[in-house]
Design a protein around this ligand. Structure first.
Ligand code: GAP
Length: 478
């Protein structure tokens, strides 16, 4: 089958993974809510990230900084002046586009049509534009000279390219005015930079060490579509690793390797992951790669690994007047640390996991949709069914459910045929279904059905929890 984003959107709504925000009012563009299954998936993924980054590294500490920060933070970080996207309007349809994406898509179209020479020439112009002092002007020239048309209307009636700041602003307190303007953070990283000294001193860490955080970020994206891929409110899982200047590239390579491994350990096939090297580095970076996944909309970024130099700490030191240096007790050196950052989108990781898990199969002439999540991140680990609602079967099933619930999220279901109950759990991605039947009352055994292979094992009911635990740990993608 060839997977589409519509498959994922429709399953997400049907099974309660993800809903449009404010659905009863017609929804709010680019905002989504996680339903009962989605919130479990989200918690499991973020928990796995936290375990990997914070618990498995004795030199990484956690942090939970506030969303609203002192407005000078965003002047120091460069976001007030430089956190812009170049936008262009189609005068006929009044639709707004990101000018850089129009050019990128045009290059891709040329490549797909085998016009590699022309693609290479436009790509080189694009890279030059990205590195120029006047990005809007150069993008506008490329769009006009290459006669790139509006994707929706097909028109060729463009406005100038203008820069659009992506930060949401609001006011603190009852008085209005610029003095009270604050921003909703567009990245969690700055909360880590401004707490660098406090976290390092209170946790008594020495360089190299890291600070990890999971939290909301907000960007007023010009074009926010493709479901939860690009939202205006989303969550990041970021870690800033503070290192001695000059050693950043070795840490950068080590984190690249670790972060790619983490995605594979979550059940993502290596063949669907790749590295993308940045053509243009952000103003703060001296190296940057993205982990990309092959979504139904093409290869797209899930996580960025950036070597951010000492830019952020140096700027915060300058703007706050507070020293943000590190004193090395062994070498007696004093310096502003360099930073290697790993920055994953939680929502994009969820979308990747949903795409990766989705399969349609024909079983005994019937189609089934099955979500083959890694059991560690599956929203429900085990479902328990009495074959019928009588003869004491529900009581035995509830007992097993109680034991299961002490360890994981479990689900009890007694409605509909067993086949229907299996199909519901396949769509929820539940790896194990346990059935209590008439024989259970005689021999004390239950049937456990495996989601992926659909094979069934008959085991003593007291062993169900251990059995599920062992199978979760031993799971491998089929
Ligand atoms: N601190 C660095 C930073 O924020 P970024 O590449 O702009 O880097 C990091 O963002 C990650 O955040 C991306 O790889 C992506 O997964 C996620 N992300 C960024 N913008 C997003 C959006 N509008 N909606 C969903 N996720 C987004």
């Amino acid at each position: 089958m060839s997977l589409t984003m519509d498959n994922i959107v429709s399953l997400s709504k049907r099974r309660g993974f993800i809903f449009q925000s404010s659905d009863i009012y017609g929804g709010l563009a680019a905002s989504y809510d996680y339903g009962p299954l989605g919130v479990e998936l989200k918690r499991n993924i973020s928990e796995r990230w936290w375990q990997e980054m914070v618990y498995r590294h004795d030199n990484i500490e956690g942090l939970d900084a506030s969303i609203l920060m002192h407005p000078t933070v965003w002047k120091a970080s460069g976001h007030v002046d430089a956190f812009n996207d170049p936008m262009i309007d189609d005068r006929q349809s009044k639709m707004r586009y990101r000018a850089d994406e129009l050019v990128e898509n045009y290059i891709k179209k040329l490549q797909d049509r085998g016009k590699s020479e022309q693609a290479e020439r436009v790509h080189q112009r694009f890279v030059d534009a990205l590195n120029s002092d006047d990005l809007p002007k150069h993008l506008h020239e490329i769009i006009l000279e290459e006669e790139i048309r509006a994707p929706d209307s097909g028109a060729f009636d463009w406005t100038e390219v203008r820069q659009f700041n992506l930060m949401f602003s609001t006011q603190v307190g009852p008085a209005g005015g610029d003095d009270n303007r604050v921003y909703l953070r567009p990245e969690t990283a700055q909360g880590i930079f401004v707490n660098f000294r406090l976290a390092q001193e209170t946790a008594r860490q020495q360089i190299p060490f890291g600070i990890a955080q999971i939290g909301k970020a907000f960007r007023n994206e010009i074009v926010a579509r493709q479901f939860i891929f690009r939202m205006r409110e989303f969550e990041q899982m970021e870690m800033q690793y503070f290192v001695k200047p000059g050693t950043q590239m070795e840490h950068f390579e080590s984190w690249r390797e670790k972060r790619m491994r983490w995605h594979v350990e979550n059940g993502i096939r290596s063949s669907k992951l790749r590295w993308h090297k940045h053509d243009k580095l952000a103003h703060y970076a001296d190296a940057a790669y993205d982990v990309q996944y092959e979504f139904p909309i093409g290869w797209q970024e899930v996580e960025g690994i950036h070597s951010r130099t000492d830019y952020d700490l140096r700027r915060h030191q300058e703007f706050s007047g507070k020293k943000l240096e590190y004193f090395d007790p062994f070498t007696q050196e004093r310096y502003i640390p360099y930073v290697v950052e790993t920055s994953a989108g939680l929502d994009r990781t969820i979308l990747m996991v949903l795409c990766e898990a989705y399969e349609e199969e024909v079983v005994d002439g019937e189609e089934r949709v099955v979500m083959k999540f890694h059991p560690e991140i599956a929203p429900i680990k085990a479902a328990i069914f009495p074959l019928v609602k009588r003869d004491g079967m529900p009581d035995v099933a509830h007992e097993i459910e109680k034991d299961l619930r002490l360890r994981f999220n479990a689900f009890y279901d007694e409605s509909g045929s067993i086949g229907k109950r299996y199909r519901r759990m396949d769509e929820a991605g539940t790896p194990f279904c346990v059935t209590v039947d008439g024989d259970t009352l005689e021999d004390g055994k239950v049937t456990v059905r495996d989601r992926d292979s659909m094979k069934q094992d008959r085991i003593p009911k007291e062993n169900v929890v251990r059995y599920v635990e062992d199978k979760i740990h031993a799971w491998q993608r089929s």
